[in-house]
Design a protein around this ligand. Sequence first.
Ligand code: F6R
Length: 260
Amino acid sequence: MEIIIQPTASAASIIAARLIARLVYHKPNCVLGLATGSTPLATYQELIRMHREDGLDFSHVTTFNLDEYVGLSPEHPQSYHHFMQEHFLRHVNVAPERIHIPDGMTSDVPGLCERYEAEIRAAGGIDLQLLGIGSDGHIGFNEPSSSLASRTRIKTLTERTRNDNARFFSSPAEVPLHCITMGVGTIMETRQVLLLAFGPNKAQAIAEAVEGPITAMNPASILQMHPVAKALLDEPAATSLRRLEYYRWVFDNKPDWQRV
Ligand code: F6R
């Protein structure tokens, strides 16, 4: 895994947006895997700016989101459908028919999950997957102990994740118990992963994911086995890494052609 440490979350987000923009520029019909939550917000803002000011064109891009809460309709203000419209999709020109987000209101969860996997395959697979990380090491909503080979399916959120996400709801009890999430195996099949982590609350999960053993107790740790994974961190999220100075040294000494 390549570890990129930046002074601020906004500097790291600009790098993430540039990497995504570069892919969209070189492969206009690319397939992007998208995430929700606080972490990717600044990346989306930068992509929106590039769309408006530099003409970055998403008209041939296909998107697949990682996850959605079960029981929330697309119009619900805390649904991930709503989040994506508000924070990214309504500001750019992704064609509505190429946007994919699991339907949290489905009456057939297993059928929907199978179709989601089939749609990813039919689109040619995901070229680049944007990921945040939970304070417990989850990616998507694959909570600790998730199978590292899992596919899109229903998961039960941990108390810790529900508490972390309670800030978006009027009370912790309103955070849904269940979600539909791409599996760890689904994420591992994507061609490139950008894992973003900002703030001290993520430091422990990042240290375990990057330098710890590969274990289902920190699902992000499987990214050590991904052939093209970059972790983009701000300083507070990087503080528990043992080889911090080495990662900085590698980044500072990249050949010019590898710079973003
Ligand atoms: C969101 C997702 C989650 C979040 C993670 C971090 O689609 O899949 O894994 O990335 O819970 O959330 P934030 O960014 O709010 O700290």
